[in-house]
Design a binder for this molecule. Structure first.
Ligand code: F6R
Length: 393
């Protein structure tokens, strides 16, 4: 049921605050922060949780996660983008070298076997043929290998009863509810949340973060649902109006750096698959190595400029684009508006820890893609040539 929404995609975009809330509630020990805040246990109020335990409860066995040396992630499409955010988190929070492979490539060029590797298959449907085949290959070639190469397989999926569930012994259920729109929105957000939880849990186990940094991240995660709501409540009508000017646009460029580079890729994918406008996502610093030649007044550039380690760099890359007459749209935090008078238009999101910003930055990009496509009168939920799950190679 679409209820009052014109398309399932729009309904699913709006479901994201609830999806994030449910997922956090399911996997974060709800009393941990309170106990951590209090830090003491008195006779009258004995602690209900041990703050020396990880606040994250994914129900994964120690044998899967202990003594890891690296992580290898296999996925396609939007799930591959979520995995790139995951790589950033696993490396920066848990100090685990991580590779992210396209399943369709990994199948035919297996990487050298490395010991103590966690292999993660990410597929919302749990039915993507290439992802299943690549995972099954990894499983097979490790079965008869020496102990340190034994398969350690984990799936991240929205459908635990899927073929993925048969193939791998351990799953993180992203609990987003069934997604009908072909363009993934809420399942992407839920996958990224799963990676936050996994990375924090691994950071805890490997002692790569202080307890107070873990607490800060957990607190930040808990604020995300209301921050997504705020974007939806205050920006949707503006983005709908704003998107009208792109009805005849032929090309779009999306720029991001660091943890928001995958969001640039995702913004471009959403736009191309439902609006059929050619769109490319680039790491902003790569523009000068070729793609900047594409820019002129007819190519809008969306720059994701979230305050943090690469903020000034993105702003300066955006300025380079502006010097080529590009129409510049900034996805940025309100607090930095004055500094960013470089943008022709701003899609504001709340100011958060840079590490958590992808979850907010993707929301205006989903709305932008949706309203541009809807304005063109296209079948947003069933774009041409696409299927919800790709069960053939
Ligand atoms: C894009 C999209 C696809 C899927 C891809 C993988 O919006 O939906 O790119 O992400 O086909 O699908 P799953 O996650 O089911 O393996």
């Amino acid at each position: 049921e679409k209820h009052s929404f014109k398309h399932f995609m729009l309904k699913e975009i709006h479901e994201q605050p609830g999806v994030v809330r449910d997922c956090l509630q399911a996997y974060i020990n709800s009393n941990w922060d309170l106990e951590f805040e209090a830090k003491t246990t008195d006779e009258l109020h004995p602690a209900t949780v041990d703050i020396n335990q990880s606040p994250i409860e994914l129900g994964l066995p120690d044998e899967l996660l202990e003594n890891l040396e690296q992580v290898q992630i296999i996925a396609c499409g939007t799930s591959w983008h979520a995995s790139l955010v995951g790589k950033y988190l696993l490396e920066q929070l848990a100090d685990l070298p991580t590779t992210v492979e396209y399943a369709s490539e990994a199948r035919y060029a297996p990487s050298p076997l490395r010991p103590h590797t966690l292999i993660i298959g990410v597929t919302q449907s749990g039915e993507t043929a290439d992802t299943l085949a690549a995972l099954s290959m990894e499983k097979q070639r490790r079965l008869n290998a020496p102990t340190q190469f034994k398969p350690r397989l984990l799936g991240i999926t929205n459908r635990t009863e899927s073929s993925l569930g048969q193939l791998v012994p351990h799953l993180i259920n992203t609990r987003a509810g069934i997604e009908i729109g072909v363009a993934a929105t809420k399942t992407f957000t839920a996958q990224v949340i799963a990676f936050y939880l996994l990375a924090i849990d691994l950071a805890w186990r490997r002692q790569t973060l202080s307890q107070s940094r873990v607490q800060e991240l957990v607190k930040g995660l808990r604020k995300l649902p209301s921050q997504i709501e705020l974007i939806l409540n205050t920006q949707e009508a503006k983005i709908e109006d704003f998107s009208h000017q792109f009805s005849d646009t032929k090309d779009f460029i999306f720029l991001g750096r660091g943890i928001n580079f995958p969001i640039a890729l995702e913004g471009a994918l959403k736009l191309k698959e439902i609006s059929y406008i050619h769109a490319e996502g680039y790491p902003a610093g790569e523009m000068k190595h070729g793609p900047i030649a594409l820019l002129d007044k007819d190519v809008p550039v969306v720059a994701i400029a979230m305050p943090g380690s690469v903020y000034e760099k993105v702003i300066s890359n955006a300025q380079e684009a502006k010097a080529r007459d590009a129409h510049l749209i900034g996805v940025t935090a309100k607090e930095t508006l004055e500094e960013s008078d470089v943008f022709n238009n701003i899609l504001p999101v709340p100011l958060v820890d840079e590490l958590l910003s992808p979850i907010l930055a993707v929301i205006p990009l989903q709305l932008l893609a949706y309203y541009i496509a809807a304005r063109r009168g296209l079948d947003v939920d069933q774009p041409r040539n696409l299927a919800k799950s790709v069960t053939v190679e």
